[in-house]
Ligand binder design. Structure first.
Ligand SMILES: *Cc1c(COP(=O)(O)O)cnc(C)c1O
Length: 373
């Protein structure tokens, strides 16, 4: 039995820490590191530890089980559970000293019942929907909701939060409108309770840091990418973000095929003159999307070469005609740097018609990870 793989995700923990420090500096307030989705493919526990060593004291996950895993791994600090909980989960929130995000009075009541049963108190953050049309109560419901929550035994209003739908586009009108609605809601909350307020994600920190309020919640920027796919020179404050993830594999076989030969399923690539093909042990099962069929590029010996034919489940083919001395066992970089060439998650995202977030999750969460300090 071995858990060795040809394919390896490398995560540079120094880059994670560099990015945390850069974002913290721009935000000027505490930054919650969003480590949901296994830290966007970087490994939740390892990434959270790296951020903690860089001074991070707040962490955000989607589900309760992720928060429990972080506590079991010994992570201190405040951990926010953003997607709610059920009756059984309410007890785990107390047991692991977690911070729930609340968006329904039923959940607040279940939490209060548990608080009473356990003789404990818990601080909750209330999600307000200021234009995302995702989780959260509407701003006009906030005051009665806050009062209803605060009236429940064992519950303390510790904060309100919202989310920007278009902070990656500094010119979008929804940013101004959403922040105005959130500011008004924050004002109402602060008149009554001593909670904090937070709305800024990476796009907001980078494009309009004035919205950082009492805390920012950053995800993609901590992993080294700009939400809009590139730094926007007009708006982004200078942040020296360093991509933390790279992905490399090894060539399994190299061969030269004659004209007229079809490559991979469906023969969507047909060889026109003698062509050298290298076979890679990477496919869509490893998060290398089938959308890279005949469109992706990878790095071999510091050169960009194309993917030929369809990406299979566990393999794909690249053309290395004219690249000197390519042999089985050679390293191929699919994401990251090799000599002077770089393939970024933004480049892969553009080929896929997606965003860097998805590329990082797909590659990071489907391959063996290694950490470099
Ligand atoms: C994921 C998430 C963020 C971080 O968003 P980025 O664009 O990656 O910075 C912030 N807030 C909430 C509630 C989230 O779920």
């Amino acid at each position: 039995m071995t858990d060795k793989s040809y394919n390896c995700i490398r995560v540079d923990t120094k880059a994670l820490q560099n990015n945390f420090a850069a974002i913290r500096k721009i935000a000027g307030v505490p930054v919650m590191a969003m480590v949901k989705a296994d830290a966007y493919g970087h490994g939740m526990v390892m990434a959270a530890r790296a951020f903690a060593r860089a001074g991070c004291g707040h962490f955000g996950v989607a589900e309760l089980r992720e928060a429990v895993l972080l506590r079991e791994a010994g992570l201190a600090g405040e951990i926010f559970v953003t997607l709610g909980f059920d009756a059984e989960g309410a007890e785990l929130l107390f047991r692991h000293d977690l911070t729930p995000v609340i968006y329904s009075i039923e959940a607040a009541r279940a939490l209060a019942d548990t608080a009473v049963a356990m003789g404990r108190e818990i601080g909750v953050h209330i999600k307000v929907d200021t234009g995302m049309s995702r989780l959260g109560i509407l701003p006009e419901e906030l005051v009665p909701f806050l009062d209803a929550v605060a009236a429940l035994p064992g519950l303390r209003v510790a904060g309100i939060m919202s989310h920007f739908p278009e902070s990656d586009d500094p010119g979008a009108k929804s940013n101004v409108k959403g922040f105005a609605a959130f500011s008004a809601a924050a004002c109402e909350m602060k008149k009554r309770y001593s909670g904090i307020c937070h709305i800024a994600n990476s796009g907001a920190v980078l494009n309009f840091p004035d919205t950082c309020c009492d805390m920012a919640r950053a995800g993609i920027a901590l992993y080294g990418y700009y939400p809009q796919g590139k730094p926007s020179p007009d708006y982004s404050l200078k942040a020296d973000l360093q991509p933390a993830m790279s992905f490399a594999t090894r060539i399994l076989q190299v061969k030269t095929l004659p004209a007229g030969t079809g490559v991979s399923y469906g023969h969507t690539f047909r060889i026109e003159q003698p062509t050298t093909i290298a076979v890679l042990p990477v496919g869509y099962e490893d998060g290398y999307s089938r959308l890279f069929s005949n469109r992706g590029q990878v790095l071999v010996k510091g050169l960009r070469v194309p993917v030929r034919g369809r990406v299979c489940m566990n393999m794909c083919m690249i053309e290395v005609t004219g690249v000197e001395g390519v042999a089985a066992g050679d390293e191929v970089v699919l994401l990251g740097r090799q000599q002077n060439e770089v393939i970024t998650a933004d480049e892969l995202a553009e080929t896929m018609g997606s965003i860097s977030y998805e590329v990082l999750c797909l590659l990071g969460n489907n391959n063996k990870r290694e950490y470099i300090e």
